[in-house]
Design a binder for this molecule. Structure first.
Ligand code: 13P
Ligand code: SF4
Length: 303
């Protein structure tokens, strides 16, 4: 007799609850495999906005589930592990941003989606790694305030030399830890490998990359690139999807592997428990949600 797996249990519960399971590209492989949709921040936000399901189970980090709730207030948004945060999102508070805005009157505020709902509420337009350059270009502004990620800000500044980008001093600990020396050593070991890097990496690392891409853009890129081997400078969870996107190609992460502890606290058991108990509900107060909505809607419309 075939074994009834935890994945089977999850699929049955999802049907009973009219739930959709969406997972970020950095989630554990078994969590990605049980999800209805796997993607980058932009793809998942779009998916959350358009799903007809009444419950969204969000396997990712807190700002992603909050973004889903901002876009879908009448849906129940659950996180299997609501304590999964993003340290970068906590590097710019609403109080910080209010003071920054006040010190720079009239300058548009562009905020990375890796931010709290309260910060989004004080933002003109949000961006993700997939569309930051396009969104800033679309503003046509000579100068913007860009937070919280100084590295993504630097990537946008180099892509749009006519725009003055004033960065906040935040960063992703997982991507910031990679040094140019470390990448150079890996390149020396694999001289034929193409380097694909996330724009959350330091500028000197980004400069060494053949392509600078969001996580889902990397999945598309490897399938069409003529390269057979890639050095993947982003969180190691993406390698699960890369192996499926381009079977037979070789994907190398750095040593030590790039690891986001917050992305990995969600386990398949927690996905099951959350659906069974309808636990881990994400709440955004209506005043904050309404204030944040316009900036998030502009983000999902571009790119
Ligand atoms: P992506 O939107 O490219 O998936 O990135 C999200 C993230 O948190 C990267 O660290
Ligand atoms: Fe945040 Fe970095 Fe983890 Fe992405 S990888 S969720 S930016 S800490």
């Amino acid at each position: 007799m075939e074994q009834h797996t935890i994945a089977d249990e999850i699929r049955e519960l999802a049907q009973e609850r009219d739930a959709v399971i969406i997972a970020h590209n950095y989630q554990r492989g078994e969590v990605q495999d049980v999800a209805d949709f796997v993607g980058d921040s932009l793809g998942l936000a779009r998916q959350a906005a358009r799903t007809p399901a009444s419950v969204i189970v969000f396997a990712g980090v807190h700002f992603m589930a909050e973004t889903a709730k901002i876009l879908s207030p009448f849906k129940t948004v659950l996180m299997p592990e609501p304590r999964a945060g993003c340290p970068m999102a906590d590097m710019m508070t609403a109080t910080d941003l209010a003071a920054w805005r006040k010190a720079n009157p009239g300058v548009p505020v562009v905020t990375y989606v890796n931010s709290t709902a309260a910060v989004k509420a004080l933002t003109d337009v949000c961006v993700t790694s997939a569309n930051a350059v396009d969104v800033v270009r679309s503003l046509g502004a000579p100068k913007v305030l860009f937070g919280p990620d100084r590295n993504l800000a630097s990537w946008v500044a180099r892509s749009l030399p006519d725009v003055e980008i004033i960065p906040w001093d935040g960063f992703c600990p997982t991507h910031e830890q990679v040094s140019a020396e470390q990448l150079a050593q890996e390149q020396a070991r694999h001289p034929n490998a193409e380097v694909i890097a996330h724009p959350e990496c330091r500028p000197e690392v980004v400069d060494m990359a053949d392509a600078v891409l969001s996580t889902s853009q990397m999945l598309c890129h490897v399938a069409t690139s003529s390269a057979e081997e890639f050095i993947v400078v982003t969180e190691e969870g993406l390698l699960h999807g890369l192996a499926k996107a381009a079977p037979g190609k070789r994907f190398l992460n750095l040593e030590p592997r790039m690891f986001c502890p917050n992305m990995k606290v969600t386990t398949i058991e927690k996905v099951r428990d959350c659906l069974r108990d309808m636990s881990g509900e994400i709440v955004v107060t209506e005043d904050v949600r309404l204030a944040a909505l316009a900036s998030v809607e502009k983000m999902i419309a571009i790119g």
